[in-house]
Design a protein around this ligand. Structure first.
Ligand code: ATP
Length: 467
């Protein structure tokens, strides 16, 4: 049990109310564990993905980008081991028709009596576990026979492995180097749930870093690269403003470690309540397993030639694999807070996002609908929208307008009052401490831009700057 509260139910309702996340096909009763991102959600998730791409691809000269297709040759999944081995043990209850993962039964509840585990109620009739493959199958072309079976990819990594030499030769990268991509993955999960934590359609951000299995004297070894990527990835999560005490590494035990893996750590985030610490990213040393398997199955060499040392070898791979949806959920959980407001009866709900991640950067509010204030506010909103997303709102009491933006995570409120039209200046209100400063209209964009670019390791990010 986490020391942080369980906020998931509150978030599901806030996310719907404010347009972050909706249940898929809701008017038909919803699709099981598939979610749609609304206007604020798509901005938030795009910002998470953009920060990953920026730090993993754009800021580096040793990682290249890729966007491989979801549908791949079916032999890819035979070679990778997914057809024979990508399965979970499934248990059915003949009494209540519920299904459970045999390896997670200790975490599950009996639907007839939630205080008991499946199997503990007198009515329970659990079957023996059977292996259930998590890949979604479909057919390529008009004939629905076994020869036409293709799969929706359950991970993006295989698109990188099969393109290893294409990318290396096109870019003339030398090992060590990496290939990164962001894309959809699909898993027919037996027990999805906890909002967007475990879904059947999700997005991954994966990077495979190819290293020399026998690095020469003076060069970084495979294990040193592994340690390097572990540290880099943890630093990235901190740079999103995730609280340091809610993050830790979980080292895979000998039982958890895949037979080909040399080492594996998960980065876990504390989601609060009974969910507690859960994996958001895996950093895995996969040895030469994947490239070797594809080499054998395809009959094509996937070796790297080191021309200086005159050596050919199959590189080892250090993989970093993170779920875009899961990190986005962590960002929302981390940002959520309810607090009392001095002098007010009603408290407020705040999503204290890092300004760089916030879906809307500023709300623009004319205090009243007269004396040229709406015109001035509209002109400012139009100008600011060229730089970042802005929300214009002229309806209702100003306090209520601030509250709505607090709940949407908008870090700045810009208010145009009677003095503004006379002096050409406005008030900027800071979301986190609700402090205000007065700045000339021409300076607003610069003041805000400083916060958006800041490398902040804290959610307490939008306080009035110290004088
Ligand atoms: P889990 O044990 O939670 O099922 P996994 O170990 O199978 O995860 P990986 O295959 O290592 O996960 O996938 C890498 C990342 O992809 C995970 O850390 C997670 O962020 C994300 N991910 C995996 N499965 C899902 C899912 N069903 N829904 C949302 N994100 C997922």
């Amino acid at each position: 049990m986490s020391s942080y509260p369980d906020v998931m139910d509150k978030l599901v309702s806030l996310a719907k109310r404010r347009g972050f996340i909706f249940q898929s096909s809701e008017i038909y009763g919803g699709t099981g564990s598939v979610w749609d991102y609304g206007p604020l959600g798509v901005e938030l998730k795009n910002n998470v993905k953009a920060r990953w791409w920026q730090s993993m691809v754009r800021e580096r000269d040793d990682v290249e980008g890729l966007d491989a297709a979801i549908l791949m040759h079916p032999k890819v999944w035979e070679a990778s081991g997914h057809v024979s081995g990508f399965s979970d043990p499934l248990v059915d209850c003949k009494a209540c028709k519920a299904r459970f993962r045999a390896d997670k039964i200790q975490d599950a509840q009996c639907p007839r009596k939630p205080s008991k585990k499946p199997g503990e109620h007198t009515d329970c009739q659990l079957t023996e576990p059977r292996q259930f493959n998590l890949m979604f199958k479909t057919w390529m072309g008009p004939v629905e026979d076994s020869a036409a079976v293709v799969y929706l990819r359950p991970e993006t990594a295989q698109g990188i492995f099969v393109n290893f030499l294409n990318v290396q030769q096109a870019t003339r990268q030398k090992v060590p180097f990496g290939i990164a991509q962001i894309g959809k993955a699909f898993r027919n999960e037996i027990t999805p749930g906890n909002f967007t934590f475990r879904t059947r359609e999700f997005e991954q951000m994966e990077m495979q870093f190819f290293v020399d299995p026998q690095a020469p004297e003076g060069k970084q070894t495979d294990m040193e690269w592994f340690e390097y990527w572990k540290a880099q990835r943890m630093a990235w999560h901190l740079s999103l403003g995730l609280a340091p005490e809610r993050l830790h590494f979980h080292q895979h035990s000998a039982q958890e470690l895949a037979h080909y893996a040399k080492a594996a750590f998960d980065i876990e985030f504390d989601f609060g309540g009974s969910l507690g610490f859960q994996e958001i990213e895996g950093v895995h040393h996969r040895s030469d397993f994947d490239l070797s398997r594809h080499q054998e199955a395809s009959g094509k060499k996937l070796e790297y030639t080191d021309q200086v040392a005159n050596r050919r070898y199959t590189p080892y791979v250090v993989e970093t694999s993170v779920g875009a949806d899961r990190v986005t959920l962590a960002v929302i959980v981390n940002a959520y807070r309810e607090e009392a407001v001095p002098g007010e009866q009603e408290g407020r709900t705040v999503l204290g996002f890092h300004p760089g991640l916030a879906p809307i950067k500023a709300g623009v509010f004319p205090l009243t609908k007269k004396d040229g204030q709406p015109e001035m506010a509209d002109k400012l909103a139009v100008a600011l929208r060229k730089k970042f997303p802005v929300f214009y709102d002229d309806a209702g009491a100003i306090g209520r307008r601030y509250r709505r933006q607090d709940e949407a995570g908008t870090p700045f409120g810009i208010t145009i009052d009677p003095d503004s039209t006379a002096n050409d200046d406005v008030t900027i209100r800071f979301r986190d401490d609700m402090g205000q400063i007065r700045v000339s209209t021409s300076k607003v964009a610069d003041v805000i831009a400083k916060y958006l670019d800041a490398d902040l390791a804290t959610a307490e990010s939008t306080k009035v700057p110290a004088a």
